[in-house]
Design a protein around this ligand. Sequence first.
Ligand SMILES: *[C@@H]1O[C@H](CO)[C@@H](O)[C@H](O)[C@H]1NC(C)=O
Ligand SMILES: *[C@@H]1O[C@H](CO)[C@@H](O)[C@H](O)[C@H]1NC(C)=O
Length: 343
Amino acid sequence: MPENSIFKGNCNSCKFRSCLWSLVVFLMTGTLIIYSSTLQVSWPINLWTATSGSSNNSVTTSFDRCTVTYPHKYHFILDEPNRCHQESPFLVLMIPIEPYNREARDIIRKTWGKETKVLDKVVSHYFVLGLTKQGNGAEHIEEQLLGESQTHHDILQSDFLDSYNNLTIKTMVMFEWLSSHCPSTSYAMKIDSDTFLNVRNLVSMLLKAPQHLYMTGNVIRGASVLRDRNSKWFMPVSVFPESTYPPYVIGLGYVFSLDLPRKILEASVHVRAVYIEDVYVGMCMRYLGIPVTDPPNGDLFRSWKPLYTGNCYWTSVIVTLLQNSKQLLDVWESYHAQVQSGC
Ligand SMILES: *[C@@H]1O[C@H](CO)[C@@H](O)[C@H](O)[C@H]1NC(C)=O
Ligand SMILES: *[C@@H]1O[C@H](CO)[C@@H](O)[C@H](O)[C@H]1NC(C)=O
């Protein structure tokens, strides 16, 4: 488990903010239970009886959030069909993001997304999106995305509904896109939008990395499967019966050689999809018998920002999860200041 886990052995993805979230839910649930037992309020029956240790698959269909429609034929409605082939980048950064979050996209375009030639290697980025839910100004967002795509040529939008529980679909269509569009690219990275990325350190690491069957990032081993229905990462026994997950690389930022996407897609035909995307990639890797690799230095992929980031912090890491993408603007300045000061 990573160092920042609040609930040791409990919180499988262990992003700091997610653990906080779990804490809030935990406290709220506690309050609710006290409240409902005082008032003799009964819980909806199906919530409690739906799985109760059953291994009957049909039962799990009541757990919508655990159902992932993949494999399935999805289509890109905003695409860059030729760009990757033409540019032949060494490294492609794939950034899953919600359709409405233009602000975060623009901040990335102004910071690490604008580093397109690093250590003499071509680097490019694409944002990966699903569809906006109807209503909520969806039409306006679609229109804006079309304009953004025409201006920046970095939008890939597929026709599944964009939601937290569909992140596995997002990751899989990302693999589909990479395997069919980037024939001469060496590596790709899946990276969240609310992160700091040191592209130079990343390229530098990759120049010395294995070229085939390679995946690295913050590796988690022996994470417990959460059976508590109130957990953000609840997993029914019927969907995944083992008590621990296979080794996987935390989803906030993982890097892989470009021979892997096609193999992972082949594995996905045989491995039942789960909604926790990084765990699912780990399950496919185990099916393939390909181990995930620890980074050359344990501190390169960080799930939280330390309090003290002086002392050449930003020039020594590859990834750090931030509180939000706005924070990236300040962090980017600090990074440049550290570069200039000779870090
Ligand atoms: C699962 O449950 C359904 C409904 O209770 C039942 O019809 C079906 O036979 C069960 N399947 C298995 C494999 O137990
Ligand atoms: C995931 O996407 C599919 C396809 O668009 C959709 O039918 C489903 O409702 C979505 N699931 C969630 C939890 O958003």
